[in-house]
Write a protein that binds this ligand. Structure first.
Ligand SMILES: [Zn+2]
Length: 274
């Protein structure tokens, strides 16, 4: 099997970033979200825009997206000064371990005169709840839920959403998993012959895990065919035998490979496992 060196497993939409797994990627692929000062990864910005277009204009405010290590450090230190260490550890990830450094996370607030930067209000009702209900269809998950606090290490944050892409957002929501649990769940599908089969919005998917046996090496030939990869927003993507393939690191121990193909049968369905 052909092998080609890529930087590391710390790139792509499915990277797990938390206190145990710091962000190793860079700031490539960021774009400014139209009409704001917020930067996000291009793909995340695109789908967030699509989702917001389905809702009444201006009701939801983008509070914080991409942050550099320096910005995260300042926010952390300012919060320690203002709110104390106990509060800060609950709501602000330590510098180097914040999802905001990936450009894949967005804090949202309900439009108001004054919006709390660290804990914006994003209630479980009205337009905010409608956003929440539609988020998975656009590849976003509510990342820090109350019943997952012990797993994520972060207190419930009703305002923080994380882009993971389609169909992963939908699967994560359907199975009621934290991202930490989803990364673990996918390890059982450890070969292209043993993928998670999924049908969703007119596409069929095969998803599987590829262990990084040697750090930094990724097989780029699948099924004996040649995979023509391209680097886009730090994520590997290409086509092979009619499949659209994206490869994301999990930032822990390997890659998650997502194969996508149009599928007439599932056009009318929201999603289901085969
Ligand atoms: Zn956040």
């Amino acid at each position: 099997m052909g092998r080609e060196k890529i930087d590391e497993t710390g790139k792509g939409n499915l990277i797990l970033v938390n206190a145990d797994h710091g962000y190793k990627g860079g700031k490539e692929g960021l774009v400014r979200f139209p009409g704001t000062k917020v930067f996000l990864k291009e793909e995340a910005a695109k789908w967030l825009k699509e989702l917001l277009l389905t809702l009444p204009e201006g009701e939801i405010v983008l509070v914080s997206g991409y942050r550099s290590f320096k910005e995260q450090t300042e926010i952390f230190e300012d919060s320690v000064k203002e709110n104390g260490m106990e509060f800060t550890k609950k709501y602000v990830a330590k510098p180097g371990c914040s999802e905001h450094q990936t450009g894949l996370a967005i804090d949202l607030g309900k439009k108001a005169e004054a919006i709390d930067f660290i804990r914006p209000a994003f209630p479980y009702e009205g337009v905010c709840q409608t956003f929440r209900e539609r988020a998975a269809d656009y590849g976003f998950i509510e990342r820090y839920e109350r019943d997952k606090e012990e797993i994520t290490g972060i207190s419930a944050e009703q305002w923080h959403f994380r882009y993971v892409g389609r169909p992963h957002g939908w699967i994560i929501k359907e199975k009621g998993l934290a991202l930490e649990e989803y990364i673990t769940y996918l390890r059982q599908f450890d070969d292209y012959k043993n993928p998670l089969h999924f049908r969703y919005f007119g596409n069929k998917y095969e998803i599987y895990f590829q262990s990084a046996e040697e750090e930094g090496f990724l097989p780029v030939e699948f099924h004996g065919g040649k995979f023509q990869e391209e680097l886009k927003s730090g994520q590997l993507a290409g086509t092979l035998e009619g499949w659209r393939i994206t490869i994301s690191g999990n930032n822990v121990d390997g890659w998650i490979i997502t194969k996508e193909k149009p599928d007439k049968e599932s056009r009318e369905e929201t999603g289901r496992e085969d």
